[in-house]
Design a protein around this ligand. Structure first.
Ligand SMILES: Nc1ncnc2c1ncn2[C@@H]1O[C@H](COP(=O)(O)OP(=O)(O)OP(=O)(O)O)[C@@H](O)[C@H]1O
Length: 117
C-alpha cells in the first residue's frame, strides 16, 4: 500500500467534507442537529443498541447530504441551463436526503421519548 497516496486520498476526502460544510446551509443544519442529538443521548445515558442506531442514522443523513451536494456540483458542471434531467437528478438526490432526515426524526422520537416521559 502506498501511504503517500492514501494520505492524499484522505486529504481530498476531508477537503470535500469541509467544502460541503462551508458551502451548504443544510449540511450545517444537519451537523448542528446531530450534535444536539449526541449531547441529549449522552445526558440520557441511552443504551449501546440505541447509540448504534443513532450513530447509523446520523451517519446516513450526513453521508446522503454529501452525495446530494456532489450531485448538485456535477449537474452544475454539465449545465446551468434549465434541463428536465438536471432537475430530476437534483430533485431525486434531495429526495434521498429528505427520506433520511424524516427517518432520523422518527428514530430520535422512538429513542428519546421514553426517557423523557
Ligand atoms: N439546471 C437545472 N435545470 C432544471 N432544474 C434545476 C436546475 N438546477 C436546479 N434546478 C431545480 O432547482 C432546485 C434547486 O437547485 P439548487 O441547485 O439550487 O439546489 P438546492 O437544493 O437549492 O441546494 P442548495 O441551495 O443547498 O445548494 C433543484 O432541486 C431543481 O428542482
Amino acid at each position: 500500500m502506498d501511504w503517500r497516496k492514501e494520505r492524499k486520498r484522505f486529504a481530498c476526502a476531508w477537503a470535500g467534507i469541509v467544502a460541503a460544510v462551508r458551502e451548504e446551509t443544510h449540511m450545517r443544519i444537519h451537523i448542528a442537529l446531530a450534535v444536539i442529538a449526541l449531547v441529549v443521548a449522552a445526558i440520557l445515558h441511552i443504551s449501546k443498541l440505541e447509540w448504534l442506531i443513532l450513530l447509523l442514522t446520523i451517519g446516513s443523513v450526513i453521508t446522503l447530504e454529501l452525495v446530494n451536494t456532489a450531485i448538485e456540483r456535477a449537474v452544475d458542471l454539465v449545465t446551468t441551463d434549465f434541463h428536465p434531467l438536471a432537475k430530476a437528478a437534483k430533485d431525486i438526490a434531495a429526495g434521498a436526503v429528505l427520506i433520511a432526515a424524516v427517518v432520523a426524526v422518527v428514530v430520535g422520537i422512538i429513542i428519546f421519548l421514553p426517557y423523557l416521559l
